[in-house]
Design a protein around this ligand. Structure first.
Ligand code: NAD
Ligand code: AKB
Length: 312
């Protein structure tokens, strides 16, 4: 068992629940402290230490880090794209200040490693849409994307200037069944499974041919852990790595679900989230993640759909 002591912030969210459970398996239950603003998630109960924490309160965070002898922080607390557009200043404040609090404490306490996720949302309508490269035009148009892009710059700055070992991935839209998604534009690709199973129909808030990069949660958890386990010398990107697994449209995922549930009916009523999706890539080029630390996804649309429908 490894000796590190980990703090997961935002542990009750879509990624946090599964990442906390995976880290507890690797590092030992007592060595992974889960924290969130919310009440402890049912799946975390009884699996390890849980503390109530507002990451915006830097002093409390600092005390927690010292009291628990924390050596690594995974910062997952954030306001996602769709929710962010409803209150842009709040989204900017939370997404930036949470990261600055963590980076600064990491520097002061000389923590071993920090993980903070970025997103495909850093790209905008002027970026190449297909196989979007790691280094290209980055002009995000949502406040969420702007905060992620600024966050990437801060991560690189803290690494170069102060030697903080911070690592990051530009996650695609994540699909999972254990914990609900928290207000993103890609959430349709989770809702569609629940509605297909419960009601055999779904109305998509994105139009039929809107392609977006997507990934199944087991791949995302594995990518996160593989990046964090990689030798520091192999990490050439200190902003955030492009990461890719699959790309599909609402029409395509609907057709895949129909193979399992023939009566499934899909309709479309695009709303404000369509404009957000239109500015994001269709697919991503993750050559550098593959080259630097050996990234390789396991799930495609077919395999993910079968697994989702079996487990929901
Ligand atoms: P989520 O909304 O499901 O979870 C975020 C968690 O943070 C929630 O449980 C929330 O209660 C908590 N939180 C919010 N404010 C807090 C605060 N002030 N103090 C402590 N906790 C707070 O989000 P998620 O989908 O799990 O995303 C986690 C991270 O991954 C975010 O940075 C997000 O931008 C990024 N990301 C997610 C996706 C995706 O598809 N889920 C894709 C790209 C990037
Ligand atoms: C969102 O839709 O906001 C997230 C993301 C891709 O960052 N799922």
């Amino acid at each position: 068992m490894k000796k590190d002591k980990i703090l997961v912030i935002g542990a009750c969210g879509q990624i946090g629940v599964e990442l906390t459970l995976a880290l507890r398996k690797m590092y030992g239950d007592a060595n992974v402290v889960a924290s969130d603003l919310r009440e402890e998630h049912d799946l975390l109960k009884g699996t390890g230490p849980y503390v109530s924490l507002d990451v915006m309160n830097k002093e409390m965070l600092h005390v927690l880090v010292i009291r628990h002898n924390i050596t690594q922080i995974y910062l997952l607390a954030a306001i996602l794209s769709a929710t962010g557009e409803k209150n842009p200043l709040l989204a900017w404040h939370i997404n930036m200040q949470s990261l600055l609090n963590v980076l600064d404490i990491a520097k002061e306490e000389n923590l071993d490693k920090i993980y903070w996720p970025s997103s495909i949302a850093v790209f905008g309508p002027n970026s190449p849409a297909k196989e979007t490269p790691q280094h290209t035009i980055i002009e995000p148009t949502t406040i969420y994307g702007i905060s992620k892009f600024a966050g990437e710059r801060w991560c690189e700055y803290y690494n170069h200037r102060f030697g903080v070992d911070v690592r990051s991935l530009r996650y695609p839209g994540l699909i999972s069944y254990k914990s609900a998604p928290g207000g993103g534009t890609t959430d349709y690709a989770v809702e569609i499974f629940h509605e297909a199973k419960e009601n055999q129909k779904y109305t998509s808030f994105l139009s039929e041919n809107t392609y977006l990069p997507m990934m199944y949660m087991p791949d995302a958890i594995r990518a996160t852990i593989e990046l964090m386990e990689a030798d520091a010398a192999k990490i050439s990107i200190r902003s955030a790595y492009n990461l890719s697994a699959m790309s599909f449209s609402p029409k395509e995922i609907g057709a895949e679900i129909k193979k399992h549930i023939p009566s499934f009916e899909l309709s479309y009523e695009p709303d404000y989230r369509q404009q957000i999706a239109d500015g994001w890539p269709d697919s991503m080029d993750d050559t550098l993640a593959r080259k630097d630390w050996g990234w390789k996804p396991e799930y495609d649309l077919e395999k993910m759909t079968a697994d989702m429908l079996q487990n929901i």
